[in-house]
Structure formats: C-alpha cells, structure tokens
Design a protein around this ligand. Structure first.
Ligand code: F6R
Length: 364
C-alpha cells in the first residue's frame, strides 16, 4: 500500500535513502571501502569498447554510466537508446561487451537490443530490478538494483538505484584496468556511502521544492540545464516533468544553449539549472548568466559554495548538500524528480498513472 503517502510516487521518492543504502551495501564493503562486484560475464581489462543501451529513464542512467566509466576506467563507451541501436546496424567490436539497463527487465526494444548484441558476439550484462525478468534470464550476467517493487509509472528509486550500480561498476572497471589506485577507490566509495544520508537531507527540503513547483506549474515550457554527468540529470528532470505534469520541458547540455535553445528564453520560461561547485561550475554559471541577461528566470540547484555566485543573477537558489563530484548526479536526481511530483500534484494530474503511459513497455 501507499502507507501515509498520497501517491505511490511520493512513497517511492521517500524510499531513495533506503534503496540507495541497500544497493550500495550490496556492491561495496563499508569497512574496506572496496567495490565488491558479482562475477561479470566479461573482463573489463580485455574489452575494447562497451555498448550501453536502454529506454527512457533507464537510458538516462546509462548516459551517466558512460561519463563515469569513460572517466574512471578509460574504457570507450557507446550509448544509444535501444529503439535506435537495434535498427542502426552498429559495427560491434570483436570481444566487446554491453550493459543494458532496465527496471522491469521486460522492455521490448531493450530485449531486442540484447538479442542483437548476443548475436553480434558481445557479452551482455544487465542492470535490472526484477531478478526473474526476461532480461535477467537471457543476459550473460545480471547485476540487481535493490529498489524493491516500483509501482508509480514514472521511475524514481529504480533510477537512482541504477545509478548506484553503474557507479560501482565504473569503480570496479577502473580498478581492474589499473586506472584507479586503492586510495582513489576508497575515496570514491566513501563519497558514495555518504549519498543515502544526503538523500534524506534533500527530501527534508520538500517545502522549498514545493515553492519552486508553484512557479514551475504556471509555465508552459521549462528548460533544464546541466554539464558533464549532470547533463543526463537535466534530461531526467525534463522527462519526468513532461511525463507526469504534461508541461513541455527540454533538457540541454548548458554549453548548447547558445546554439539554439537560448532563442526560447524570455521571462516566461523557468530555467532549472543543475550547477554544483566544481571544475565545470564557472562554465555553467556563465551560460546561466547569459540566459538571465535575456530575461531568463534562473532557478538553480547548487551546494554551499555555489550559492553566493549564483544568487547574483538567479531568481531562486536551492542549496543541496555538498558531495564529491563523482556522486552528484545521484543526489541531484532526487530534487528534479521531487519537483516533477509537486508540479503534477499542483496540476491535479494522475501522478501514478499518467495518461498514455504504461509501467512496462512490452511492445515496440
Ligand atoms: C520514465 C520511465 C520510463 C522507463 C522506460 C524503461 O520515468 O519510467 O522512461 O524508464 O520505459 O523501462 P524499463 O526500465 O522497465 O526498461
């Protein structure tokens, strides 16, 4: 049941800290700070290239996975939505491997990608939430997200659990490929282990996010911006808002603004910025400032170090806990999902069963 919550989605959003803790504990050892992966169907030191494929939010998780795996393991990754991947006849490398991501493990296009990859001689690992699913069964190996059943059609806790698993895989590959020292590994796993308690702190900012939702609910169009591993989270924010509140939203890489979307900017378009402090902060902040100079209403999510600089031009700044650069996409996914939830509630839509959508898409 929903317990004391109004919707399954709200309940599932509040399960983020527990689910992240359960999933991380499954794949990392809090004592030794080492990643502890199950036996994988391929050897990351021998794979020339990795293919990541999935649909919807699961594909967005895969895109974050690409940033992490390329950065930490220096392993080239090709990421594409399953419905494109399966028809574009991609050349697959000899001895290659693939990761498929899916909550249900039954999505038709992802299943088709799985079969194509296996026929192409790739070793396939799936990141799935349903252990007895078709995908778990037909893959060469499966790593489970420990999210429990997800009832709301919009994926929430399963998405962050997918990120947690991909983060552990990225560290594991990095270690196997000797790109990470034991010290690096300890630092990265430590920063992941801090995420569940920070996630709980983010959920306590519900009132602030509800105030932001009241502004967003009045808009016809909304832009979400981010850079690096926060770019896919901008896509997640836009997807979730469209899906459950029916407000038109786009997620963009902040650096792409000046190549087109900045033409949309006027004082009716909220610009939701995912802008934690760190090496990409100045770049993103300057894109935002350009949007603000054109009348754009900047609503920024940042950490303590970003509040000062962004407050100079942003209409609203929400401070999130400061975590290491590596786990930020996991943490920043939570407020964008929560925002979509509150906007949908304000608009009175069917939050758990948005129109035209099904939880498991078993037809292509
Ligand atoms: C968005 C959402 C969908 C799913 C997609 C893939 O909130 O839930 O985009 O992520 O349909 O589903 P699975 O993960 O079951 O393969």
């Amino acid at each position: 049941g929903k317990g004391n919550y109004r919707h399954f989605m709200e309940k599932e959003l509040h399960e983020h800290p527990a689910v992240l803790g359960d999933t991380l504990r499954q794949y990392l050892d809090p004592k030794t700070l080492e990643v502890r992966l199950p036996r994988l169907p391929f050897d990351a030191t021998r794979v020339p290239r990795l293919t990541i494929s999935a649909c919807g939010s699961a594909f967005i998780a895969g895109q974050v996975g690409r940033y992490w795996i390329e950065q930490l393991a220096r392993l080239p990754v090709d990421a594409d939505v399953a419905s494109e991947f399966r028809y574009r006849d991609p050349p697959l490398p000899e001895g290659g491997a693939a990761i498929l991501v899916s909550q249900s493990g039954e999505t038709a296009d992802t299943m088709a990608a799985l079969r194509l990859l296996k026929e192409g001689g790739q070793k396939v690992l799936s990141v799935v939430n349903v252990p007895e699913s078709s995908m778990a069964r037909e893959s060469d190996g499966a790593v489970l997200t420990v999210a429990g059943p997800e009832i709301g059609v919009a994926s929430t806790k399963a998405f962050t659990a997918q990120l947690a698993v991909l983060a552990c895989l990225a560290i594991g590959f990095g270690r196997q490929r000797r790109e990470l020292t034991t010290l690096d590994e300890g630092r990265l796993t430590q920063s992941l282990l801090e995420v569940p308690s920070h996630a709980a702190a983010v959920l306590e900012q519900d009132a602030q996010i509800r105030e932001l939702a009241a502004e967003v609910a009045k808009a016809r169009d909304v832009l979400f911006l981010g850079r690096g591993s926060l770019y896919p989270i901008a896509l997640e924010g836009a997807l979730k808002l469209k899906e459950i509140s029916y407000i038109h939203a786009e997620g963009y890489a902040a650096g792409e603004m000046k190549h087109g979307p900045i033409a949309l900017i006027d004082n009716n378009v909220p610009v939701i910025a995912l802008c934690p402090s760190g090496p990409l902060f100045e770049k993103t902040a300057s894109n935002l400032q350009e949007a603000a100079a054109r009348g754009g209403r900047i609503m920024a999510f940042t950490d303590a170090d970003g509040v000062g600089p962004l407050s100079r031009f942003a209409e609203r700044v929400i401070e999130l806990p400061k975590v290491g650069a590596f786990p930020t996409p996991i943490l920043y996914a939570i407020p964008v999902q929560l925002l979509a939830y509150h906007v949908a509630v304000l608009k009175g839509t069917d939050v758990d069963q948005p129109r035209n959508l099904a939880k498991s898409v078993t037809v292509e």
